[in-house]
Design a protein around this ligand. Structure first.
Ligand SMILES: [Ca+2]
Ligand SMILES: [Ca+2]
Length: 341
C-alpha cells in the first residue's frame, strides 16, 4: 500500500510542475501580437527590371546611361500582324512588425499613366522568391548597376533577406506591354497583406515603369513591279490593308507613336543596251490622302502621319514620258521615317 500511495504523490507533483508551463505558452504568443499593437506590414523597397528577349534581366534598364532611378523599358517592334510582348519584372521587398512569417500575400496590378485600370491587366498574386538567393541577388545587384537603388538599399536588402536574418521577404511579378501600348510612365500598384488581416498599399509611392516611345515601321513588300507599261500612260500599283498580299503594297507602323514617312527614288535605268533611263520624276506615291507626284533623289515627306497598329495602303504609279524606248527598267525606292522635328 505504501508503494502505491507514493506513486500517486509523485504524479501529482509532476502535474503541479508542468501544468503552469503548458498554460503559459499561448499567453506568450498573445503578448507578441499585442506588443506590436497590430501594426500593418511594410513595403520597404520596390524596383523593376526590363527583361530581354531571352528572359534575362540584363541590362534591366533599356535607356543608358541610367541617369535616373526610373526603369526605362523599350518596346519591341511588332512583326507583320503580330504584336510584340516586351516583358519586365517588378520586385517588392516587404516586412512585418510581427516578423516576416506574418506576411500572407503580396498583390500587384499594372496601372496606366493616370493610375487607371488597363484592360486585361488584373490584380495578380506576386511570387515569393525569398528562398531563391541566386535569383534575388542577381536582381538586386542589377538594380544597383543601373542606378535604380542605392548602395545602401542594396546592402540592406542583401543583409535582411538572408534566412538567418529574416528581416524581409522579396516578391516578383512578370508583366508585359505590347509594341502598340502608348509610351509614358505606367504605375505599379502593390498591396501586402499580413496574417493579422492588415494590409499596406503603395498608393502615393507607386513604382514607375517608363515605357519608351518606339518609332518603327514595316512593309509587306520589297519590290514594286509595274509590269508592262505604255508610254505616256499612267499605271497604278494600288495598295491594300492586307499583310498577306505583297503585290498590293501595305505599310504598318510597328511602334507606339505616330510617324511621318519620307520617300525618294532613283532614276530607273534600262537593263538592255542601249541604256536609257526613266527619270524618278515619272514616279508618284500616294498614302493616307497625300500625294507626291514627282519623286526624286531628295527625300520628300508624306505629310499625313502613319498611326500605330494600322495596316495602311500605299499606291505607286508611273507615267513613262514620251521618248522612252522599250526596255526593262529597274530602280530603287527608299521609304524611311522622316527625321523628328
Ligand atoms: Ca532609367
Ligand atoms: Ca498588301
Amino acid at each position: 500500500m505504501r508503494k502505491i500511495l507514493a506513486t500517486f504523490v509523485a504524479c501529482a507533483i509532476l502535474m503541479a510542475v508542468y501544468a503552469p508551463a503548458v498554460m503559459a505558452t499561448p499567453v506568450t504568443i498573445g503578448v507578441v501580437v499585442n506588443g506590436n499593437n497590430g501594426l500593418p506590414p511594410v513595403i520597404n523597397y520596390q524596383f523593376a527590371l526590363s527583361v530581354d528577349q531571352n528572359g534575362g534581366i540584363v541590362p534591366g534598364d533599356d535607356n543608358p546611361p541610367y541617369a535616373d532611378s526610373i526603369t526605362d523599358v523599350r518596346p519591341i517592334p511588332g512583326s507583320g500582324m503580330v504584336e510584340s510582348a516586351k516583358h519586365f519584372k517588378k520586385y517588392v521587398v516587404v516586412s512585418d512588425p510581427a516578423g516576416i512569417t506574418n506576411i500572407a500575400s503580396v498583390y500587384e496590378r499594372l496601372l496606366d499613366q493616370t493610375g487607371g485600370a488597363i484592360p486585361g491587366k488584373s490584380e495578380v498574386t506576386a511570387t515569393d522568391i525569398t528562398g531563391n538567393v541566386a535569383e534575388y541577388t542577381e536582381a538586386i545587384n542589377q538594380a544597383y548597376n543601373v542606378n535604380l537603388i542605392t548602395l545602401a538599399d542594396k546592402n540592406e536588402m542583401l543583409y535582411g533577406l538572408q534566412s538567418t536574418k529574416a528581416l524581409y521577404r522579396i516578391f516578383v511579378v512578370d508583366n508585359y506591354l505590347t509594341n502598340h501600348d502608348t509610351p509614358g510612365d505606367y504605375q505599379v500598384y502593390f498591396k501586402v497583406v499580413s496574417n493579422s488581416g492588415l494590409l499596406t498599399e503603395n498608393n502615393g509611392n507607386r513604382l514607375i515603369i517608363r515605357y519608351m516611345p518606339l518609332r518603327a515601321f514595316e512593309l509587306d513588300f520589297s519590290a514594286v513591279d509595274y509590269g508592262t507599261i505604255v508610254i505616256n500612260q499612267r499605271k497604278v500599283i494600288s495598295g491594300d490593308e492586307d499583310w498577306a498580299t505583297p503585290n498590293r503594297p501595305t505599310i504598318k507602323n510597328q511602334g507606339n507613336v505616330n510617324i511621318l514617312m519620307q520617300v525618294s527614288a532613283s532614276d530607273l535605268v534600262g537593263t538592255v543596251a542601249p541604256i536609257q533611263t526613266i527619270p524618278a520624276s515619272a514616279l508618284s506615291i500616294h498614302m493616307l490622302g497625300f500625294d507626291i507626284n514627282s519623286l526624286s533623289n531628295t527625300p520628300q515627306v508624306l505629310e499625313n502621319p502613319l498611326v500605330p497598329c494600322t495596316p495602311t495602303q500605299v499606291d505607286f504609279d508611273i507615267t513613262a514620258p514620251l521618248g522612252t524606248s522599250s526596255n526593262i527598267y529597274q530602280g530603287t525606292f527608299t521609304i524611311e521615317m522622316a527625321p523628328i522635328g
